[in-house]
Write a protein that binds this ligand. Sequence first.
Ligand code: HEM
Length: 362
Amino acid sequence: MAFTRLATIVSLALGAITVNAGLVRRVTCANGKTTTNAVCCPLFDAVDFLQTNLFDGSECGEEAHSALRLTFHDAIGFSIHGGKGGGADGSILAFNSTELQFHANGGIDDIIAGQFPVFQTLSQQIGISPGDFVHLAGAVGTANCPGAPRLEFMFGRPPPVAPAPDLTIPEPTDNVTSILARFADAGFSPEEAIALLSSHTIAAADVVDTTIPGTPFDSTVGTFDSQVFLEVLLKGTLFPGNGSQPGEVLSPIAGEMRLQSDFVLSQDPRTACFWQAMVNNQERMTTQFKAAMAKLQTLGQNTKNLVDCSDVVPVPASFAGPITFPASFSMADVQIACPQEAFPMLATVAGPAPTVAPVPGS
Ligand code: HEM
């Protein structure tokens, strides 16, 4: 008791109360929320503002998915060898008139239009930078999806100085060698690249086939589960919209789109076992995705100058699992590309083959 009292130092900092109990330092903000650093306090209200004004009240919908995609398209223009973009700096928001011209940024205009007024309000209220805004929105949007890991959020990115250069974002028409080369140039291993592609479990396409906007990549687009890693391996039989489009390959399920890039990565010897290992392994997928996202969302930043404000990111709902074969599918439909590892045993949903519905609002 006496030890607890001695070890507890209470001080006032920036209108917040700092409690230093043993090694764990906590700050109670004016709004009653607790965090590790008083500079994070204004972000709690910013998160509430984002949920109301961008994410339709904490939905794992179109805006949440696109906010995650935006973090990638903002950050990946970076090179560990220098000479390319500023990384996770918000340049895609601040210099959107340049970066939206890039072919790979097709479909990004909607989320920029949605985020820009929200960014302007928060910039006036708390001085948030474009980089912090883009990467906070990505973490919050992802947290709205059940099963997702709680992504880290590092606070304090300076304003971006220039747009990223064109031709630094992988395209679905790219081959495995060039995709992995681009990821490697930005500092990611093939395993980390596959980990980042867990994002396609909460993803849909608007512009690959413009006749069918909002066509999901898996049958559970509102849940951050490993279903996409399973469904990309199922034998493809159909195109969901207006025939074959560039970057699209045969899909196994009506209403579902398969990206060529996802498929070739699932089949290539350099990545097939990383892909297959994600199937029905929620723990591996979320752990690896969280680690790779922490790296992506601080590319080009000096993390010594950033404050860890991960406490402000909402805690996502969990996903119980296991995943299942969609109705009418079984092990016989799996295009195994990693025969040296056992494939998980999965049950099949009862009933006729499904048709996947588009994501509303796309
Ligand atoms: C090889 C690398 C990648 C390629 C070729 C690729 C390609 C694409 C394409 C073509 C779309 C559909 C765009 C549209 O038609 O609207 C898409 C959507 C998406 N991508 Fe990727 N992607 C890659 C990696 C990533 C990574 C690393 C992330 C995040 C960490 C990501 C997150 C998303 C999300 C969340 C969506 C859905 C957006 C929405 O539903 O509005 N992608 N991706």
